[in-house]
Write a protein that binds this ligand. Structure first.
Ligand SMILES: [Zn+2]
Length: 284
């Protein structure tokens, strides 16, 4: 599919796109990890998308994905929905990211477009990123109407890849839209947990869950299997034109849900600042 002429482009124009596609030197970066957040936060873990772009040998990269906002900058914990053209020799970074946090006024979702109050391209703790030159080109289109099983859209795609490619890890990134229906989305609370989060149940009691409505524009990172780098094999954040966004878990309207996605396999995968000690809590 030529993504330049299709929904990808229209969507990202609508929502403040900065580049016309997701093609050209596609690569995935898994930065930091859940062990820097759980059981207790390591606030000193701060990264920069410009530095990541350099580390993955693609300065000026167009980056999409899912991560944690910098609590140092925001003063609170929040979800980062990165949409960034990182800086190059020719031009400074262009930051079209969104940040989803708990609204102090009504405890609902507060989705904000990146603004200069955030230090340029900084994030915290963890991120799963898809980077490319942001060029138009051939992409994989995936359409799905209705859900018949338990797995979410991203897990289905990952399972299909794993079935087909077995031992060989295949990673993909890009964007999909939930065009109809509703979805279960979480936002991390503003405060890090004072007591250690030792189980998935602890984590789920700490997170704030919402049912959000379509259209939700999602940015998935998928790796069919972990070849032993302690990867997060699925991570998807979303935003919308109507002020909702966060971390995608599952649609809650299996009969009416409609998905449309544009994805591309990555040529390279980079593991950056892998946590020395790990666990499997909070990976959903
Ligand atoms: Zn997330």
């Amino acid at each position: 599919y030529d993504c330049n002429t299709h929904l990808f482009h229209k969507l990202y124009l609508l929502t403040g796109s900065i580049l016309p596609g997701i093609c050209g030197k596609p690569r995935i970066a898994d930065v930091g990890g859940v062990p820097y957040l759980i059981p207790t936060v390591q606030k000193e873990k701060v990264y920069d998308l410009n530095k990541v772009a350099k580390d993955i040998e693609l300065p000026g990269a167009f980056i999409l994905g899912a991560g944690a906002a910098s609590s140092k900058i925001l003063g609170v914990n929040a979800e980062l929905i990165p949409i960034v053209q990182t800086k190059s020799e020719k031009k400074p970074a262009v930051n079209g990211s969104y940040i989803a946090q708990i609204n102090p006024a009504d405890k609902g979702c507060l989705l904000e477009k990146y603004s200069s109050k955030y230090t340029d391209c900084e994030f915290g703790l963890l991120a799963n990123l898809y980077a490319s030159e942001g060029q138009p080109g051939k992409v994989i289109e995936v359409k799905a109407n209705g859900r018949t099983g338990e797995l979410n859209f991203v897990s289905c795609l990952r399972q299909i890849l794993e079935k087909r490619y077995g031992e060989k890890p295949v990673g993909m990134g890009g964007t999909f839209i939930i065009q109809k229906g509703k979805a279960k989305i979480h936002i991390m609370p503003p405060e890090f947990s004072a007591c250690p989060l030792n189980t998935d149940e602890d984590v789920n009691n700490w997170l704030k869950f919402f049912e959000m409505k379509a259209p939700l524009i999602c940015q998935p990172i998928i790796v069919s299997r972990d070849p032993g780098f302690d990867l997060r094999v699925e991570h998807t954040h979303c935003f919308s034109p109507h002020g909702e966004g966060g971390h995608y878990h599952q649609d809650t309207s299996p009969d009416s849900v409609q998905y449309l996605g544009y994805l591309l396999p990555a040529e390279l995968l980079f593991r950056i600042d892998r946590p020395p000690e790990t666990h499997l809590v909070g990976r959903d």
